[in-house]
Design a protein around this ligand. Structure first.
Ligand SMILES: [Zn+2]
Length: 231
C-alpha cells in the first residue's frame, strides 16, 4: 500500500512532466486555450471510478473534453425546482455556453455505484448520500430484476451497468434545451460503456440498446440525434 505522502509526490511528479510537455518547450496549445478559450466538441458524463477516466481511456488532451464525473455516470432527470443541481448546471454550461456537438454518457464495468443500486436500491445502509443518488437509476434496477434468468451475478451486473447508461441517456432528453438541439441536429447523444475486464469500448445503438463493440473504423450512429461525424 502506498503511503499518502508517496501518492501525493507521484501526483506532483506527474504535474512536472505535464508542465514540461505543455509549458517548457512548446506552450502553443495552452496559449491558444488561454486566448481563444476552450471549445471542446464533446461533453462526457463519466463515473468517479479511478479506472474509467474519460481523458485517459480516450487519450484526450487539454481542451478536448468537457467532463462531468459523478457516482455511476448519472444524469438526473430535468428537475427545475431550484435545488442545487451540479450535474444540471454543468450540462447547461456545456450545451448552452460551449455548444458542444456531442454528449457521451460513459458507463463502465464493475461500477460500485451500480452495485450499490442493485444490492440496496435507494437505501444503502453504508452511506448517507449514495442511496438517494443511485436510486435515480431505479428503472435500471427494475429492468434487471424483472429478467427471468439464470445468468451469473457478474453478467447481471454488466447488464445493469449498461441499463444505467441508457437511463441517463434517456434522462438527457428530458432537458428541453437538449431535446431542442437534438431535434435541430445540433447535438447528438451517445451511450458508451467501457468494459475494462476485457478492454473494450461499446456503444448503444438506441436509447434502449443494444450495445455493440466499437472501434474507429466502425463507429455507430449516435443513440439519439445526428450522426457521429457531424462535427
Ligand atoms: Zn462507476
Amino acid at each position: 500500500m502506498t503511503t499518502p505522502d508517496a501518492a501525493l509526490t507521484r501526483l506532483v511528479q506527474g504535474f512536472e512532466r505535464f508542465r514540461a510537455a505543455y509549458f517548457e518547450t512548446d506552450h502553443s496549445l495552452f496559449d491558444q486555450l488561454v486566448w481563444e478559450g476552450q471549445r471542446p466538441q464533446v461533453m462526457v458524463v463519466g463515473c468517479c471510478d479511478s479506472r474509467a477516466d474519460p481523458h485517459m481511456i480516450t487519450d484526450s488532451g487539454p481542451g478536448d473534453l468537457f467532463v462531468i464525473r459523478n457516482v455511476a455516470a448519472l444524469v438526473p432527470p430535468y428537475m427545475p425546482d431550484g435545488r442545487l443541481a451540479g450535474v444540471s448546471a454543468a450540462l447547461e454550461f456545456g450545451v448552452k455556453g460551449l455548444e458542444v456537438g456531442h454528449i457521451v454518457v460513459l458507463g463502465h464495468a464493475m461500477c460500485g455505484g451500480v452495485r450499490s443500486l442493485m444490492e440496496y436500491g435507494d437505501a444503502d445502509p453504508r452511506f448517507e448520500f449514495m442511496g438517494r443518488w443511485v436510486g435515480l437509476l431505479a428503472e435500471a434496477r427494475e429492468e434487471v430484476r424483472s429478467l427471468v434468468t439464470e445468468a451469473e451475478p457478474a453478467l447481471l451486473a454488466r447488464y445493469a451497468e449498461r441499463a444505467s447508461v441508457l437511463v441517463s441517456l434517456r434522462n438527457l432528453m428530458t432537458y428541453p434545451w437538449i431535446a431542442e438541439r437534438v431535434a435541430a441536429d445540433r447535438l447528438a447523444l451517445h451511450g458508451w460503456y467501457f468494459d475494462f475486464t476485457w478492454g473494450v469500448l461499446m456503444a448503444a445503438e438506441s436509447p434502449h440498446g443494444p450495445f455493440r463493440q466499437i472501434d474507429a473504423a466502425g463507429l455507430p450512429r449516435a443513440a439519439v440525434g445526428g450522426c457521429h461525424d457531424r462535427r
